[in-house]
Design a protein around this ligand. Structure first.
Ligand SMILES: Cc1cc2nc3c(=O)[nH]c(=O)nc-3n(C[C@H](O)[C@H](O)[C@H](O)COP(=O)(O)O)c2cc1C
Length: 184
């Protein structure tokens, strides 16, 4: 599963995902461009604590279904104010039913050996902002039993040409190695 957390179409996050996609291939990948989806913020109603399901009827249910089934989770996002943009944060918060199922209702995920990637793109080199943004995604990883994860920070990215300061091909290679080409 690939999550695109950028609110900006054609921006730096889209550009980087396109580069990764040329190697990953579209076949086995399901991509969620969150800005194109209707995902409300979590209301904190805690109904999911009893049922393990979210009462809000929106596009998040497609994500819930896939999170149950998939093993590999790739998050690409810009850093906004030392965090992830609200569209991604909303999707993460809406994963509370998974927390409830695991910690209150005692249910386990059927899929194990899960792995995750967090790719953050920012305009500064203030590393704490990246770490803070990564923590939100890693918190989700903890809830959905993603035991192993890898992180890339692309700093000082204002425009596409700023990526020339990075060896993206090498990062893609490391990503493929991490996920294990043979396991796909
Ligand atoms: C509202 C807003 C907040 C931002 N906050 C940060 C920040 O805290 N740290 C940082 O490094 N860059 C920050 N930036 C810069 C973006 O992360 C950066 O320009 C990124 O490349 C944008 O990616 P995109 O083109 O996919 O939207 C911010 C940009 C915006 C619009």
């Amino acid at each position: 599963m690939i999550f695109n957390g950028s609110p900006k179409a054609g921006g730096n996050t889209d550009f980087l995902i396109d580069r990764f996609m040329t190697f990953l291939g579209e076949k086995d990948v399901v991509k969620f461009v969150l800005r194109e989806m209707n995902i409300s913020p979590c209301r904190g109603c805690e109904k999911c604590s009893m049922s393990g399901r979210c009462v809000i009827k929106d596009d998040m249910h497609d994500i819930y279904e896939k999170i149950e089934k998939y093993r590999f989770f790739l998050f690409f996002s810009p850093v906004f104010f030392g965090g992830v943009p609200s569209i991604l944060k909303s999707a993460i918060d809406r994963c509370q039913p998974f927390w409830a199922r695991k910690n209150i209702l005692g249910k386990k995920f059927k899929v194990n050996k899960r792995k995750g990637l967090v790719v953050l793109i920012g305009g500064t080199s203030f590393v704490k902002g990246y770490e803070c943004a990564a923590l939100s995604v890693k918190w989700l990883f903890n809830v959905i039993d993603v035991a192993e994860n890898k992180t890339f920070y692309y700093m000082n990215i204002e425009r596409h040409s700023d990526f020339l300061n990075y060896n993206i091909d090498n990062d893609i290679y490391k990503t493929m190695e991490f996920f294990g080409e043979s396991e796909r």
